[in-house]
Design a protein around this ligand. Structure first.
Ligand code: SAH
Ligand code: SF4
Length: 395
């Protein structure tokens, strides 16, 4: 009997998680104040909002009122916060702002996908995409969590851009709120009322689990029942496989998990998803098996980008079935979306269909994703901005 190794492994994961969080902090965003010193209220937790009110000598219920106006009504102008008396509204406006990221450009595709380029106070930019389900009145908002990405998956346009910085909670929530402004979807629909912007996929630019604290704070705000109130079942977070953060994400947020797998052998995954060298397939699959709340009703999505002649053979489909054995899983087969200078071609439709058939026969739903918004470079993996990391002054 030997009790030490499992303990050591757990400690290792904790140490690794702390290391990731410390490194993440180095890329944190600038403080959320305007040039004239007013503080942004969007992105503050309920507790922080209550602290701000206490600092002004106001009662805690003020925070609740503000929360309602900001996240339920979607108001940005304090003069319209009508449940609050005039003098206090004026005082609030002197100290605070409720704002949105500026939409530098908005493009709408032939298929009605809408891409926003949002610019933040320091000039950094990210893209956000709204993908409507045109058959029904609903749709997904694909939000970004970082400007650029530290990882460099070979098939991904964002991966060609260095990590500039993390987005703050205000900037993550702000993308969703600004997208809702664009469709006029305020006040927030209650309970199960239909919503045009009905789901969130955290699948835009960046690796959310390398910006965990800000992403978690933003998602908690979005899930809060007295505000935007989007349920955790309607939120899917996609990771390229940051194993030490996956447990925490499951326990604290309980959102749906999507894992960017893309290869079934370590040799190939090391090459196309270089993070695999740190967290190889076996560890990644073990973390998926531990993911809380995964069930047949809430399956883990495995994303698999179809690269012609690279990862799309029938033998690889069979190996994928073997890897998924016993997991409540579904597989999204994503046709590779090319971008200027990209090194791959997408698999043929016939080959993708064969691959899908093997998964389907083994009982795994495996829809072939129809690319959306390709004409405006808004499809999966095509997001990239011109934002650059400021060069360090060399002495
Ligand atoms: N960093 C996270 C989330 C953002 S990427 C992650 O990697 O999961 C969102 C999805 O788009 C991932 O599954 C990613 O692998 C996929 N993707 C990236 N580039 C792509 C491309 N050119 N064509 C199709 N899918 C791509
Ligand atoms: Fe980063 Fe995801 Fe693109 Fe990989 S696929 S480079 S993790 S954004």
């Amino acid at each position: 009997m030997n009790a030490i190794p499992p303990l050591a492994a757990a400690e290792l994961t904790v140490a690794e998680r702390d290391r990731i969080l410390a490194k993440t902090a180095l890329f944190n965003p600038p403080p959320i104040t305007t040039a004239d010193g007013r503080r942004e209220l969007v992105g503050l937790s309920r507790e922080e909002l209550a602290e701000e009110m206490a600092a002004m000598g106001e009662k805690p219920f003020r925070a609740k009122q503000l929360w309602h106006w900001i996240y339920h009504q979607g108001e940005t102008d304090f003069s319209r916060f009508t449940s609050i008396a005039g003098p206090l509204r004026a005082k609030l406006a002197e100290r605070f702002v409720v704002s949105r990221p500026e939409a530098a450009t908005v493009q709408t595709s032939r298929d009605e996908t809408r891409k926003f380029l949002f610019r933040f106070r320091d000039g950094q930019q990210v893209e956000t995409v709204y993908i409507p389900d045109t058959a029904e009145d609903r749709g997904a908002v694909c939000i970004s969590t970082q400007v650029g990405c530290t990882l460099s998956c070979r098939f991904c346009h964002t991966g060609t851009q260095k990590l500039v910085r993390n987005l703050g909670a205000a900037e993550i929530v702000g993308q969703f709120m600004a997208a809702r402004d664009s469709y006029g979807e305020w006040p927030s629909p209650k309970d199960d009322k239909p919503r045009l912007l009905s789901t969130i996929v955290v699948m835009g630019m960046g690796e959310p689990l390398y910006n965990y604290e800000n992403t978690a704070k933003a998602l908690k705000i979005i899930m809060d029942h007295e505000g935007i109130g989007l349920s955790r079942r309607r939120i899917t977070l996609s990771t390229s496989g940051v194993v030490p953060m996956m447990d925490r994400c499951g326990e604290e947020l309980g959102v749906n998990l999507a894992v960017s797998l893309h290869a079934v052998t370590d040799a190939l995954r090391d090459e196309i998803v270089p993070l695999n060298r740190k967290y190889p397939i076996a560890e990644l699959m073990a973390a998926c098996r531990r993911y809380p709340g995964a069930s047949n009703a809430r399956r883990i999505t495995f994303e698999y980008v179809m690269l012609r002649g690279v990862n799309d053979s029938e033998a690889e489909a069979r190996e994928l079935v073997r890897l998924l054995h016993g997991l409540p899983a579904k597989v999204n087969l994503i046709p590779f979306n090319p971008w200027p200078g990209s090194p791959y071609q997408t698999s043929t439709y016939e080959q993708t269909a064969k691959f899908a058939a093997i998964l389907n026969e083994a009982g795994y739903s495996s829809p072939i994703r129809r690319p959306r918004g390709r004409d405006i470079l808004a499809a999966c993996g095509q997001l990239k901005t011109e934002s650059e990391r400021a060069r360090k002054a060399t002495a």
